[in-house]
Unconditional design. Structure first.
Length: 546
């Protein structure tokens, strides 16, 4: 060994000692010294990249890993490390290419399969992610993490039975896999199998008892079952685990609100907001509870903040998504519908609950009287009783049969009307609300405005950018709705369709929408053309049958 080689080896050894002791600055300085003496030192180049990532210097880390790839283009670990750095920066397409190159170098590289699938999943490319996981399982069929990740991709797709099967396989191979138990619970919850969901959440907590997140989610499931006392106790336990958690205070507020302890709920929401002033979930809950106790002025102040914050976040998220997907160019279709195309009022309908089935039939009859130029359309599955289907069709409604599925993606079926090129304009509505002449006047003003989209907010608690049953549009303006719905990973609860609209659709339509809002003078809204009569229900009010 030459003197130069010995010197390089000694400095590299010192660098490793600093690295293993997490003395990042000293390690980085020593690795740089090695590279000044020997620029093609592969290990120093890779390790410097790893240290820079620990320091948060992702850009320079990427540069180091690129240099390492140029030094040794056939090294799988080098491509993998580059992929991880690119993933951390949000360069998804480049990260995918790096992981694929790692797999080209080493076909049984399980970690590369995992991370490649994760990035594809984040991009909404679940089918590709599943294919990657299946390929990994050929090399290691008992790998619990691969089964877990497969379950996650399946759950996003709404393939809940397959997701549950994958989580089951993960647990067979790793019985103490708390996250797999927890996600099994979320899949069961999406199927409305609340008892089984609660059992899975309890199993997850048996493995990981100090998880505040697990306890809060269990509390939500217990609340859904009407087990309010248990939900409150569970939420308080979560708060004991994380006493400075805004989310824990917010979750406690929700269960206290459900128990009717409104003043305590307000205190919990306010505690959450002191810790995290922009926690949207807490703003929503506080707005709702203040309305319930009659503090409308305070509720409107909170609601206004919530609307403006949601708008800001939606625009920021849209910019990030466009950078990752390389999209975001403005859509410039014709500004008005083609003459002669149908105007459709679109609903989602499944199951046999009277509130929705009887409500659907009543809506058809009422819309014929109040909206004579429009036709009702119902996106249904086989769980709707034949008597309901017959009554709807006999009264002139269109029926679109959907493949039977469970989960919250069903709420968004009605949005698929936006892809129907035989339609000119459309409205998305709820089966448990009813039309009114006041709503009709607002729709007439929208049609005359030339704006391609319409949003209605008519209650102090209407603090979402787009209410799922109170918006409308013009076909041809939006990207493929079916694809947007399929890619959206947020269908986790009964508000998911509304969150989808706020996160994905609102940033697209924001500059081309007429908003009627009775309470919040924000985002370019205007008042209704007709004021509400005393005791008249607000537009979008729920009508339920016992």
């Amino acid at each position: 060994m030459s003197l130069q080689e010995k010197r390089v080896a000694d400095i590299f050894t010192r660098a490793l000692v600093h690295h293993q002791s997490e003395r990042w600055e000293e390690a980085a300085a020593a690795y740089r010294h090695v590279l000044r003496l020997e620029p093609r030192h592969l290990a120093a180049c890779c390790n410097l990249g790893a240290v820079l990532r620990q320091q948060g210097n992702v850009e320079e880390a990427i540069s180091c890993f690129r240099n390492a790839v140029s030094i040794c283009p056939d090294d799988a670990d080098t491509h993998f490390n580059l992929g991880n750095a690119l993933k951390a920066r949000g360069n998804w397409d480049e990260a995918i290419a790096a992981y694929r190159q790692a797999l080209a170098c080493k076909k049984d590289f399980i970690d590369a399969y995992c991370n490649l699938g994760i990035v594809l999943n984040e991009q909404g490319r679940q089918d590709e992610a599943v294919a990657v996981y299946q390929q990994a399982l050929r090399y290691n069929p008992t790998h619990a993490d691969i089964h877990f990740l497969m379950g996650n991709a399946m759950q996003i797709q709404g393939k809940l039975d397959l997701a549950i099967a994958s989580y089951g396989k993960a647990l067979v191979n790793k019985p103490d896999y708390a996250e797999a138990q927890f996600n099994l619970g979320t899949a069961k919850q999406a199927q409305d199998k609340w008892e089984e969901a609660v059992a899975s959440y309890r199993n997850a907590l048996a493995i990981k008892p100090d998880s505040a997140h697990f306890r809060s989610t269990l509390a939500t499931a217990l609340l859904e079952q009407g087990r309010v006392g248990e939900a409150v106790a569970c939420s308080r336990q979560a708060l004991e685990i994380e006493p400075d958690s805004a989310q824990a205070y917010c979750n406690l507020g929700a269960v206290l609100q459900a128990q009717g302890l409104l003043e305590e709920a307000i205190e919990s929401y306010e505690s959450a907001l002191r810790l995290e002033p922009d926690l949207i979930q807490a703003l929503n809950g506080l707005n709702n509870t203040l309305c319930a106790v009659g503090s409308q002025g305070k509720a409107l102040t909170v609601g206004r903040k919530a609307l403006l914050l949601k708008d800001k976040r939606a625009l920021e998220d849209r910019k990030i998504l466009c950078r990752k997907e390389g999209s975001g160019r403005p859509i410039r279709p014709p500004p008005v519908p083609v003459a002669g195309k149908a105007w459709i009022i679109s609903f989602s309908l499944w199951g046999d609950r009277e509130t929705y089935n009887r409500g659907a039939i009543e809506n058809v009859l009422l819309y014929q009287k109040i909206f004579p130029d429009w036709q009702c359309r119902f996106y249904c599955d086989e769980t709707v009783p034949p008597a309901t289907i017959n009554a709807l069709t006999e009264n002139g409604a269109e029926i679109v049969m959907m493949a039977a599925e469970s989960g919250y993606r069903r709420y968004a079926w009605r949005f698929l009307v936006a892809d129907d090129t035989s339609v000119g304009r459309y409205l998305c509505r709820d089966c448990d609300s009813r039309p009114s002449p006041r709503e009709s006047a607002a729709i007439g003003e929208w049609v005359s405005s030339g704006k391609p989209f319409h949003v209605i907010r008519d209650h102090p608690q209407h603090v979402d950018l787009m209410l799922a049953g109170l918006w409308g549009g013009t076909v041809g303006w939006l990207p493929d709705m079916a694809s947007l719905i399929q890619k959206y990973a947020g269908f986790r609860d009964r508000f998911s369709d509304q969150n989808f609209l706020g996160n994905i659709i609102w940033p697209i339509i924001r500059g081309n929408v007429l908003i009627h809002d009775s309470y919040y003078d924000v985002l370019g809204s205007r008042r209704f053309p007709v004021e509400r009569e005393k005791d008249e229900p607000h537009v979008g009010a729920c009508f339920r049958f016992a």
